[in-house]
Design a protein around this ligand. Structure first.
Ligand code: PLP
Length: 376
């Protein structure tokens, strides 16, 4: 099997699965209970929290373990503005956010907030001048993703922080899912109010994510229940999942540089090989991009045809985002940056990991060539 869909999900590391099994088997007690074994589970939770803070170099944050990054972003965005009258208040995000953020902003729109969806250029990067013109005293929330999950563009978060800082009432949320453990941040997480992470994108387990939020922030949750995790993620906490998530985040942060170098080499190898093939078009992100993700089109073939043809050789790539895998609509982000329906309909997302080999790339390219007409 040759897998090129690491942006959708990654294989859990044995160390992570081992931690999960150990804690789930030995320390399965309720971490909120007052008796001894519950307190031991609670200590493990505290250790997991400390590990997450260290892995993210955070000194001013609190940690919430959620069931996914989707849930973490919902808690961050909808929780922060829970009960706030939207009238006269502005919120800003980008047009290329993951649906877990974008659909929260659609909800805010329904609640009467004035929502601005920032455009991106052909590289998939926002225009800071447009952002600086849009943000104002009435802006209560800005949410900008770090790395885009479709084309791999990296947003200028450092500059977004600097502009947002001029407005003390404005809170900043960053979806760090495709950046953390993969790209070295050019900004400090301490300068962002709320950040979301997902364990299964960094060789952790599915079903667990993290919300990091500034400890000075006071907000409620769209989830109503008891007071676990400060009431932001009520429900009996899965201590084993929290420990496994912390382990995955620790390992990903420790290995980030080494993995980045390997993936960069693989990305360059892939790009060099396809430059000689006519008809393979790279969609966006030629500047400021994550080497983990490359988006291509081979018009006029639609993505699904190619995806299934490759599947016959046990090669797996993605057409559009994982959450959109069943939809046949043109890929939204690719359409936005290319303004070309055909490219968006034939868009393929190829994503790499430190485990990807040049031999795997050679095989992929050989099979892709069946869809290209002639060489340059
Ligand atoms: N944000 C980005 C950028 C993503 O790529 C994804 C998953 O594809 C998510 C959020 C959602 O992550 P999760 O599966 O943990 O909900």
């Amino acid at each position: 099997m040759i897998y090129f869909d690491y942006t959708a999900t990654t294989r859990p590391l044995p160390e992570v699965v081992d931690i999960y099994n150990e804690v789930a088997n030995k320390y399965w007690y309720n971490a909120s209970s007052m008796y001894k074994v519950g307190q031991i589970a609670n200590q493990l939770l505290t250790q997991a929290t400390d590990t997450v803070l260290r892995a993210t170099n955070s000194t001013n944050k609190k940690v919430v373990f959620s069931s996914s990054a989707t849930e973490a972003s919902n808690i961050a965005i909808l929780g922060l503005l829970d009960g706030v009258d939207g009238n006269g208040k502005r919120v800003i995000t980008t047009k290329i956010e993951h649906p877990s953020v974008l659909n929260c902003f659609k909800e805010l729109e329904r609640r009467g907030f004035l929502v601005t969806y920032l455009d991106v250029d052909h590289n998939g990067v926002i225009d800071l001048t447009e952002f600086a013109k849009t943000i104002d005293q009435n802006t209560v929330l800005v949410s900008v993703m770090w790395v885009n999950n479709i084309i791999g563009s990296i947003q200028p978060i450092e500059e977004v922080i600097n502009i947002t800082k001029k407005y003390p009432r404005t809170r900043l949320h960053v979806d760090a899912v495709q950046g953390f453990g993969k790209i070295k941040p050019s900004f400090s997480f301490d300068d962002v109010d709320l950040l979301t992470f997902s364990a299964h994108k960094i060789n952790g387990l599915k079903g667990v994510g993290v919300l990091l939020y500034n400890q000075k922030l006071m907000f409620t949750s769209p989830l109503k229940g008891s007071n676990q995790q400060n009431g932001l993620k009520p429900g009996t906490i899965d201590v084993a999942a929290a420990c496994a998530c912390a382990k995955a985040m620790k390992l990903a942060s420790e290995r980030q540089n080494e993995h980045y170098e390997k993936v960069l080499e693989i990305n360059n190898y892939f790009k060099n090989k396809i430059t000689n093939i006519s008809n393979i078009i790279i969609n966006g992100a030629r500047e400021s991009y994550s080497p983990y993700i490359i988006n291509i089109s081979i018009p006029p073939h639609n993505s699904e045809t190619i995806l299934h043809a490759l599947e016959r050789y046990d090669i797996y790539i993605a057409a559009g985002s994982a959450c959109n895998a069943k939809s046949k609509k043109p890929e939204r982000t690719v359409q936005l940056i290319t303004k070309n329906d055909q490219l968006a309909l034939s868009s393929l997302r190829i994503s790499f990991s430190h485990e990807t080999t040049k031999n795997e790339i050679d095989i992929l390219i050989e099979k892709l060539q069946a869809f290209t007409c002639k060489t340059k």
